[in-house]
Structures are given as structure tokens and as C-alpha cells.
Design a protein around this ligand. Structure first.
Ligand SMILES: C[S@@+](CC[C@H](N)C(=O)[O-])C[C@H]1O[C@@H](n2cnc3c(N)ncnc32)[C@H](O)[C@@H]1O
Length: 259
């Protein structure tokens, strides 16, 4: 295998097809509720706190937090499609969540304005430049108030190294199938993903490349960005079934504080 990846893949892939291919993880409301339970166990979140859901996708965590009375939410994501999706869901529910379409490396948000920054659902490691994730963490630290907390939920790279299989497929529904081809190239997993409709044929043929971190590497990057009291919990398995959930299989949750 030698999967060729467009370095700008992450600017293009997060649309309605992503909501199909990753539905088992990101469109399962029960799973989102469990993830928010865990966030609330790990961080001292209070109803008056300002929370930034960085790389928040279609807003599932922000919406769930708002539903639970944490109404000081802002969500930022690069994908216009996902931001629009989040906006229509928030409008239907009359939830006042601030939604921003922008690059997480440069949020444009005021310094020291949030009590918590969340980076959830494996949203690091997308940009080809090796320092990109460090820039996202520095930006998170800038917008955090003193004594504020960051929580990062990403795939556990050590588990990926141990268990990655070169091919995987699953049926989304009676009509659609997702097939993935993957290879570990240094610290990145390069992948090709075909989405097929049994009736209509090929829906999408795309590639992507994601940097992985072992628990110690994630902790070191957070410490380098200036976070203190860094703690990584690397036994988070969101799905009850043993299926192949790609990067959402075995995750780690890391917290750190700006002192
Ligand atoms: C796998 S999705 C997870 C979304 C959400 N956190 C969740 O758990 O449902 C990753 C998201 O990160 C966003 N993303 C990745 N890099 C980004 C960047 N540099 N700036 C803003 N958003 C980014 C993508 O647009 C995508 O919506």
C-alpha cells in the first residue's frame, strides 16, 4: 500500500458523508451523553462557566452540555457544513450556543475568556505540519482563564500501533457500506475510505492522514504548551460492542490546567 493523501483533506471531508461514515460514534446520542457524563466527572464544570468546544464538529457535546444547564457554550469548527448543522439543531431547540467557523490554531477569541476548553472526538493530528497540534494547544491555553482546564479526547496511539488492521468495513444501513484501507507510516495513519451504495454505486472515495500520540507523547505536548497537573486516562472505550470503530475504538482522555 502507499496511500496518497491530499494534505488539505481535513478542510473538505467533514460534511454529510462524514455524518454517515462516523454515525456509530458521533450520531449516537446515548454515547454523547456518556461522554458528557465523563467530562463532568473529570472537570469541575459549573453552570456559570464559559466552555469552548474546540473542533466541535456538528455540536453534539455543546448541545448536550446546554441541555444540562451549562449554557455558556461556544463551539468552533473549520467545517461550514457542520457549523450550519449545529446551528439548525441549536435553533430548533432554542439553545443559545455561540458558533464560529474558523481554524482552531487562530480562533480570534479573546484571551483568558473560558473556564474550560474541550477538544473531543479525536480532533487532533489532522494537519500535515508537525507543529500544528502544538499551535492548537497554545491557542487553547491563550483563551483559557487562569486556573482553567483543558480536556482532550483522542485515540490512544499505542493501541493503534498494536491493533491496526489494514482493512475494515461496516454497513451503515441496508444500503450503504464503508470500506477502509489503512497503513501506519511513522507516527501517522494514512487511510483510504470508500463509501458505497448498493443501489447507486460509489458515493465517495477519499483519503486522510492522522497523526497518533501515545499517552506519554500527548502528556509531553500538553506540558510543553504550558499546561500543569496533566493527567492521562487511557482506558476509555466508548462502544460496548467489539466492532472496528476506526479512531474511535480506544481513546484516551487527558486533562491539564493553566496555572
Ligand atoms: C472527528 S470530528 C469530531 C468532532 C466533535 N468534536 C465530535 O466529537 O463530534 C473532528 C473535527 O475537528 C475539526 N477540525 C480539525 N482540525 C481543525 C482545525 N484546525 N480547526 C478547526 N476545526 C478543526 C473538523 O472540522 C471536524 O469537525
Amino acid at each position: 500500500m502507499n496511500i496518497k493523501v491530499d494534505p488539505d483533506w481535513w478542510k473538505k471531508i467533514f460534511d454529510e458523508v462524514y455524518l454517515l461514515t462516523d454515525a456509530r460514534s458521533v450520531c449516537d446520542e446515548e454515547l454523547t451523553r456518556q461522554e458528557v457524563d465523563l467530562i463532568l466527572e473529570m472537570l469541575p464544570v459549573r453552570p456559570q462557566h464559559k466552555i469552548l468546544d474546540l473542533c466541535g464538529g456538528h455540536g453534539r457535546h455543546s448541545l448536550e452540555l446546554f441541555a444540562r444547564g451549562f449554557t455558556g457554550g461556544t463551539m468552533l469548527d473549520y467545517s461550514k457544513y457542520l457549523i450550519d448543522h449545529a446551528r439548525s439543531n441549536a435553533e430548533i431547540k432554542n439553545y443559545r450556543i455561540k458558533l464560529i467557523q474558523r481554524d482552531a490554531r487562530d480562533t480570534g477569541l479573546p484571551s483568558e475568556s473560558f473556564d474550560h476548553v474541550l477538544i473531543l472526538g479525536n480532533s487532533l493530528g489532522y494537519i500535515a505540519e508537525s507543529e500544528a497540534d502544538a499551535l492548537i494547544l497554545q491557542e487553547a491555553k491563550r483563551v483559557l482563564k487562569k486556573k482553567g482546564w483543558i480536556l482532550i479526547d483522542v485515540t490512544d496511539g499505542s493501541k493503534v500501533e498494536e491493533t491496526l488492521t489494514p482493512t475494515a468495513w461496516h454497513e451503515i444501513d441496508a444500503d450503504k457500506v464503508v470500506c477502509r484501507q489503512r497503513e501506519l507510516v511513522g507516527k501517522r495513519v494514512d487511510a483510504r475510505e470508500l463509501v458505497l451504495s448498493k443501489k447507486e454505486g460509489l458515493i465517495r472515495d477519499s483519503t486522510y492522514s492522522i497523526r497518533i500520540y501515545r499517552p506519554g507523547e500527548l502528556a509531553a505536548m500538553m506540558e510543553k504548551a504550558g499546561f500543569k497537573k496533566v493527567r492521562v486516562q487511557n482506558d476509555f472505550r466508548a462502544h460496548k460492542d467489539k466492532g472496528d470503530y476506526g479512531f474511535m475504538n480506544r481513546r484516551m482522555l487527558a486533562i491539564g490546567r493553566k496555572l
